[in-house]
Design a binder for this molecule. Structure first.
Ligand SMILES: Cc1ncc(C[n+]2csc(CCOP(=O)(O)OP(=O)(O)O)c2C)c(N)n1
Length: 611
């Protein structure tokens, strides 16, 4: 995993020169820049690919300009932004698509309530699931919550649309979503920089009938939201967010986001209607566009959001008949779809050799502190309810020590349910990382204690959000800007919840892990083991003296292989017909777990290999 912040450009000095400056920006950096130029005062996020770099980038702007902070989860992130908006300043929160599920409860109400200072949510979808548990289309949430959804196509638009989102938020009294996707968030293109707009705070406005989500207030607000939708449609019809690029009279394509760039590349001769927003739709312009060409296709990524809207308007339209509803769109896929639709006659010749990248299964890093945990866990033959983080890799070969994983923080609740189902004689264990525990693991632990569940919880504390590149959180004692802050003490929280059996072990002490897990599962009630050891990659990659295998002592028992360490592989030498093992000296970080589990004591430190 890479830490996005390492490649981020820092911007403190950016806006001063007379000529407009042009920089190469990742979409996420452009979004941060747009927010900064829009005068954002509070920026929040919980990390999640592909959105993480937005807040990391915002955190490179002066602290006097913007309070950029990690939140414990996406709902908290949105709630903090809402509070700042109520307080009269512009506020933004960023999240990956599934984060919007977590934040949605507040979003649904805030749509009725509206804003004071501009309130913008950046939601980054991950078509193709490069690093996600699903590929849901956040635009559906925008429609559901009745908040505008802007969809930039490149980094310049990512900046411009983010700025515009704040203005629209204030003008129409609504939260606004800017939807990005992995291709936009992580690709670079040129961006013209602008100055930061200066705003003085509007101050808090005391309007309880608007700000308090009571049925009596909400009943009045709902029709206002519908009126707002109508006004936004009128705005969209006249707005430069919609761009009509005339071309062929035979066929037109309605598109938006990065799909627009694929359309331009593959079929520039088409008439193109580029929408800057998927909700609300610029209905009048769309209708006129459709009337102007014989045949219209919609090219959009994931769900047929626009296609369905147009059908509901009674317009004959094609789209998902030719383009897939799953995965990313690409020029190649678009071309194929247009070929099937009979719009493109010939496909380019393919080469004889396969140029597709060979997929490699993900592995834990050498020295990963989760490896010993899963090895030990396998020996107690438990039903393991897992969670989301690097340790989810414990589900696959060779560790294969996780039975289920659903969403962030779900492990403990699932373990409670599994215990209540009485479906197994095996001990029931939940595994959860430190950041995930903070995110959504505390309420289910309270539930477990409250409902007397007989479960063991393994809290895998590697002192970072490793999965998304090593961000800080409330349990690390550092803020987004790297300043020291209070470190939330897991053990204190867990005790305060009422857990009576709790032990902390060093994740590298394999013997201790084995013994402690055995003890924990014997306990009748909620037992918690904190496996404590910083991530081998964070904050700097640890590189200790490597271990090596004394080949004459190796009996090819392959016990060390159970750690799934990428530094350990089979050697060409055989013992009793089986491959002995060897350790790659550059990859090994010297964690010692393999030496601890080696029964023939043939894994030893290689002092000569120390760097
Ligand atoms: C709702 C939601 N938000 C964010 C993410 C992105 N994400 C995946 S795992 C994870 C946290 C991992 O941290 P931790 O639990 O400490 O485990 P580690 O990766 O450090 O082992 C995050 C933020 C997500 N998958 N779902």
């Amino acid at each position: 995993m890479t830490n996005g912040s390492a490649s981020l450009v820092r911007f403190q000095d950016a806006a001063a020169s007379a000529e407009p400056e042009i920089r190469s920006f990742m979409g996420n950096e452009a979004i941060a820049r747009g927010a900064w130029e829009a005068g954002v005062k509070v920026g929040t996020a919980y990390p999640g690919t592909p959105s993480t770099e937005i807040l990391e980038s915002l955190g490179t702007y002066p602290a006097e300009d913007v309070d950029a902070q990690w939140s414990t989860n996406e709902k908290v992130s949105l709630d903090v932004a809402i509070g700042a908006s109520f307080g009269g300043v512009r506020a933004m929160c960023a999240m990956k698509h599934v984060g919007l599920n977590v934040a949605s409860d507040s979003l649904m109400s805030q749509s009725y309530i509206g804003v004071n200072g501009g309130l913008v949510l950046i939601v980054c979808d991950d078509p193709g699931m490069h690093s996600s548990q699903n590929e849901q289309d956040s635009r559906v949430f925008g429609q559901f919550a009745m908040v505008p959804v802007l969809e930039p196509s490149d980094a310049q638009e990512a900046k411009d649309f983010t700025k515009l989102a704040f203005a629209l938020s204030e003008r129409f009294d609504t939260p606004v979503i800017v939807r990005s996707t992995t291709r936009l968030s992580h690709c670079r293109s040129p961006v013209v920089l602008g100055e930061r707009e200066q705003f003085s705070t509007k101050g808090f406005k005391d309007i309880p009938s608007k700000h308090v989500a009571l049925p009596s207030n909400a009943r009045i607000r709902h029709p206002i939201v519908l009126e707002r939708e109508q006004k936004l449609k009128e705005y969209m019809n006249a707005s430069s967010l919609v761009r009509w690029e005339p071309g062929s009279k035979e066929f037109g394509i309605i598109t938006l986001s990065t799909c627009y760039t694929y359309v331009r590349e593959v079929i520039p001769q088409a008439s193109i209607l580029k929408l800057g927003a998927s909700y609300p739709l610029a209905e009048d312009v769309v209708r006129r566009f459709c009337d102007s060409v014989e045949r219209v296709l919609v090219a959009e990524e994931l769900e047929p959001v626009i296609e369905k809207e147009l059908r509901a308007m009674g317009i004959e339209i094609e789209g998902k008949k030719y383009f897939p509803r799953v995965g990313e769109l690409s020029p190649e896929i678009l071309r194929e779809g247009l070929h099937t639709a009979g719009i493109i006659n010939e496909l380019p010749k393919t080469t004889d050799f396969n140029v597709e990248t060979v997929a490699r299964p993900p592995v834990l890093c050498a020295g990963c502190s989760h490896a010993g945990t899963y090895m030990a866990l396998r020996t107690i033959d438990a039903r393991v309810m897992g969670d989301i983080g690097c340790y989810t890799l414990g589900a696959i070969e060779p560790l294969k020590a996780m039975d289920a994983c659903v969403s962030m923080g779900a492990s403990i609740g699932m373990a409670v349910g599994m215990a209540k189902a009485n479906a197994t004689d095996k001990p029931i264990v939940a595994t959860i990382g430190d950041s995930t525990f903070m995110h959504a693991g505390i309420p289910p632990l309270i539930d477990a204690v409250y409902n007397n569940a007989n479960i063991t919880v393994l809290l895998l504390d590697n002192h970072t959000v490793a999965m998304t590149g090593g961000q800080d959180h409330a349990g690390t004692g550092r803020t987004l800007r790297g300043e020291e802050t209070h470190r939330i003490d897991f053990e204190q929280i867990i005790r305060a919840i009422g857990v009576k059996w709790i032990k902390t072990v060093d994740s590298y002490d394999v013997g201790s892990l084995f013994r402690t897990y055995r003890e924990a599962i014997q306990y009748d009630g909620v037992a918690v083991v904190i496996s404590d050891r910083p991530c081998a990659l964070d904050p700097v990659k640890i590189k200790g003296t490597p271990f090596q295998v004394r080949s004459d002592g190796c009996t090819a028992c392959q016990m060390c292989m159970n750690l799934a360490c990428p530094a350990i592989s089979w050697s060409n030498e055989l013992f009793d017909g089986h491959h002995k093992v060897k350790i790659d000296q550059t990859t090994c970080i010297g964690c010692s777990m393999c030496a601890q589990v080696c029964p023939s004591d043939c894994i030893q430190l290689n002092e000569a290999g120390a760097t």
